[in-house]
Design a protein around this ligand. Structure first.
Ligand SMILES: [Zn+2]
Length: 383
């Protein structure tokens, strides 16, 4: 891994300084805000966009008429490819298949880091946008997704990273504050020290570099509202919705990706965990869209891109139904919905499209070129 210090010494301070973001000639961004909603982790068309069987009525009946539905988006059938959450997310963010590698840890599976630039990096490389306005909103139990904030491709990388809001990040902030304040009894401080070092050890990369002052201020307000005990704040995918709505008001991200994940609990539970989680995301969508429709800086100038990370198996007769790791047809069959500023209403796109077309399409909508993306830019979106 190359950090900024290595990079500077390798190339010489003058050259390194010239590629840092915030440089004076970077253009201010005047395009639409884009909110990418990962309808994860792993949902079937049958349970989301099929009218007779959907658990997401708001998505289908209210949002689809506002935009362009792409009912036959697919994950390409790759040799040895895995239809899963980190993989699908990085397909969406890089516009390429298999543009990732094992980030190595031994503690967690699925710990992938992108090897190609993400949309966040393309955006911050092209426009003068601070890191807190390129935001990832992640689940509390998936610190492995902290790795999505930047890729390791040569010309991009950490200087153009996004920032991350997650319960994992909040806990790091909160424990650091508790230790600095030093007001708790020694026993509680000792417990906080242990917890803090466990979190750091779970993901060393996530705290390099530190979060920006704006994000620190965000956590300060969160702590003031929700306190330290963790019981008051919403949990699971409802937490992601809450973080996202507050982020729109407090940080005004130009590009935000929300990584919903709770339908994946079907791995361990019964089908109702999965279908209930789809309804929770559907309610989250309603809250997000209503917030965007009524918040200054978002109303009338925002595009939503809703897309699953992967599908799920449809064969209900096998021993373990609803899996998604086996590259089966319905695990590769997903969809997308794009609506908002400048997008046609009530249109359904014909034909087969590809998951890796999302990144170059978002880039085009934002006036960027995702030069390393391999997918096609979707045409037929404009109103
Ligand atoms: Zn899964």
């Amino acid at each position: 891994m190359i950090n900024r210090r290595d990079f500077t010494s390798a190339l010489g301070a003058g050259l390194a300084a010239s590629v840092l973001p915030g440089r004076s000639w970077a253009a201010p961004y005047r395009g639409p805000n884009v909110i990418i909603v990962r309808f994860g982790g792993g949902v079937r068309r049958l349970d989301t966009i099929e009218p007779d069987t959907t658990y997401a009525p708001y998505l289908l009946n209210v949002l689809a008429p506002r935009g362009v539905l792409i009912p036959d988006l697919r994950i390409d059938q790759m040799e040895g490819g895995n239809t899963s959450h980190a993989e699908g997310t990085l397909n969406i963010l890089t516009g390429r298949y298999e543009a990732y590698r094992d980030a190595g840890s031994g503690l967690l599976d699925d710990r992938l880091e992108p090897t190609e630039p993400t949309l966040f990096e393309y955006l911050r490389n092209s426009f003068d946008i601070p890191s807190h306005q390129a935001l990832l909103i992640n689940g509390e139990d998936r610190p492995q997704e902290e790795f999505f904030t930047y890729g390791v491709h040569g010309h991009y990388g950490i200087d153009f990273r996004s920032e991350m809001l997650s319960l994992h990040r909040y806990k790091l902030y909160k424990l650091d504050q508790i230790l600095q304040e030093g007001e708790l009894p020694e026993e509680a401080l000792e417990a906080a020290r242990t917890q803090y070092s466990d979190l750091i050890n779970a993901d060393k990369r996530s705290i390099v570099p530190d979060q920006s002052p704006e994000v620190t201020a965000f956590w300060q307000r969160w702590r003031a509202d929700y306190g330290d005990d963790g019981f008051k704040n919403p949990r699971g995918d409802r937490l992601l919705t809450e973080l996202s709505v507050r982020a729109m008001r407090q940080l005004q991200p130009k590009l935000m990706m929300i990584n919903y994940q709770d339908p994946d609990y079907v791995h361990w539970g019964n089908a109702s965990h999965y279908t209930r989680a789809i309804s929770v995301i559907d309610q989250g969508l309603q809250r997000l869209v209503e917030a965007a429709d009524t918040t200054d800086g978002y109303a009338g100038s925002t595009i939503f891109v809703i897309v699953p990370d992967c599908g799920r198996d449809s064969n209900g007769l096998i021993d373990l139904p609803y899996q998604h790791h086996f590259n089966t047809r319905s695990a590769r069959e997903i969809w997308a919905l794009i609506f908002g500023h400048g997008i046609a209403r009530g249109r359904v796109m014909d034909g087969v499209r590809d998951q890796v077309s999302i990144a170059p399409t978002v880039a085009a909508l934002m006036g960027l070129k995702a030069e390393r993306a391999e997918g096609d830019i979707l045409s037929g979106l404009a109103s």
